[in-house]
Design a protein around this ligand. Structure first.
Ligand SMILES: [Zn+2]
Length: 438
């Protein structure tokens, strides 16, 4: 990178603030300290892929002491904007530092050999859950270091699981599944932490191109992407992942324990609100049923849930596509399923599963015995990253809503996994989706 307009050791420029304080209660600094040029001291180095937390060094995305920052962007993904609103409104003190008392993970994950491979994990911080322990000295010294991963335990109660209990497909055991139908899980929230050279390599572009396009396509939101080539780690303003583990989390890393797993991309319309145009919630709840059964058979189950709404196109685009599909001449047909998305969005899919396997490597996974997914993109990304996949589990036909037949046929014809017949061209032209208003 040679984008530096100033030399790397020049002091951070200070710019007088022309705007008035947002609220009379908000103490507002008189100057904005730009981070677009290196302050030259106080920042700890990050050695991505180093074998220990100590050698790797902490990720410091603080906004309190900019000379301590060693990354681009700030914590909490997209919620960093809400934090800014809270500060602007005077509801949050800028200088607030997290009190991490009693916040330690409920289950220890790793470390695993994959953590020390700078190419296996490029989109999360493997040490993000244990910063209070790993960087106690630095925290003590005043560095504002925040966890990017949190591990806790929960009971999850789903009507589909209770239905499976009532129909006898699931049996309560009091350990993985209570008599009341609650599944006992360990859950892990993960915020994205991108090592830019590694992310660029996954997407087959140069780091310079990645930095420039991220800068331009966010409206110039992070100037350091193009001015601070010394900062190689970026905290992007996007959602991360939540992992649900059924059984002992340590078993995920043991290839002799049967692992049932699904990697699921967010679909608010179906997952939460039960929309019948797609198979997302049926797939998710079917996978949870499989995970519970897997744990009860002495294995372990995993659902990794990624915030990539509407194929990472967002929900507005998704709803526009629904209208375009249902209003087109000939009705909602599988043969036009991908074309309608491409007309509106310019691409069929922006989920790009290239970064998805990182969380699996973080969990120490080397083999998925039963993958509950029909997506060839997910399968290719997982196996391409070096994780073995045994059996692929398809969704039972009776769980597919009638209106979602369009999506299922289109996906099978496009090469998604199915143990059954692939629909032919004539079949794909038959309108199977409901029209609008019906
Ligand atoms: Zn969906």
């Amino acid at each position: 990178m040679s984008a530096d307009a100033l030399s790397a050791d020049s002091p951070s420029p200070e710019v007088p603030v022309a705007v008035a304080p947002a609220s009379p209660n908000t103490p507002h600094p008189r100057h904005i300290r730009l981070t677009s040029h290196s302050g030259g001291f106080g920042a700890l180095p990050i050695v991505w892929g180093a074998a220990t937390a100590r050698e790797r060094g902490p990720v410091v995305g603080t906004t309190l002491n900019v000379s301590n920052r060693n990354v681009i962007g700030t914590h909490s993904g997209s919620y960093s904007v809400y934090r800014a609103l809270a500060v602007a409104a005077g509801a949050l003190k800028r200088e607030h530092r997290a009190d991490l008392t009693n916040t330690a993970p409920t289950d220890i994950i790793g470390p695993y050999p994959q953590w020390a491979d700078p190419e296996k994990i490029v989109s999360m911080d493997p040490w993000g859950a244990v910063i209070a322990d790993a960087y106690a000295t630095e925290l003590e010294a005043g560095y504002d270091i925040r966890p990017t991963i949190a591990v806790t335990q929960a009971h999850v109660i789903l009507p589909e699981v209770i239905d499976a209990l009532q129909k006898g497909r699931l049996q309560p055991d009091g350990r993985f599944l209570t008599a009341g139908g609650a599944a006992v899980v360990t859950k892990v929230a993960v915020e994205p932490v991108w090592y830019l050279p590694g992310v660029a390599k996954r997407f087959g572009c140069t780091e310079a191109v990645l930095r420039r396009v991220l800068f331009e396509e966010t409206g110039g939101m992070y100037p350091e992407l193009v001015t601070r080539s010394d900062l190689e780690v970026f905290l992007p303003p996007i959602g991360g992942q939540t992992v649900y583990i059924f059984g002992n989390p340590r078993d995920l890393a043991d290839p002799s324990v049967t692992l049932t797993a699904r990697v699921h991309d967010e679909c608010n319309g179906s997952d939460v609100f039960g929309s019948d145009i797609c198979t997302c919630r049926p797939y998710l709840t079917h996978a949870i049923e499989e995970c519970i059964q897997g744990a009860q058979r002495g294995g372990v189950g995993l659902v990794s849930y990624s915030r990539k709404e509407g194929r990472a196109l967002g929900e507005v685009t998704k709803f526009l596509v629904y209208n375009a599909r249902k209003r087109q001449v000939g009705g909602d047909t599988a043969d036009q399923y991908f074309a309608r998305t491409e007309c509106v969005a310019g691409v069929q899919d922006m989920r790009f599963q290239e970064l998805m396997p990182d969380v699996l490597h973080w969990l120490g996974i080397t083999r998925i015995h039963r993958l509950v997914s029909m997506s060839n993109m997910k399968y290719d990304a997982i196996t391409g990253s070096g994780i073995e996949v045994g059996e692929r589990i398809n969704i039972p036909d009776e769980l597919i809503p009638a209106d979602a037949r369009v999506e299922m046929d289109a996906k099978m014809a496009a090469g998604y996994f199915t143990p059954g017949a692939v629909p032919d061209a004539e079949e794909l032209k038959i309108a199977k989706g409901r029209g609008l208003g019906s």
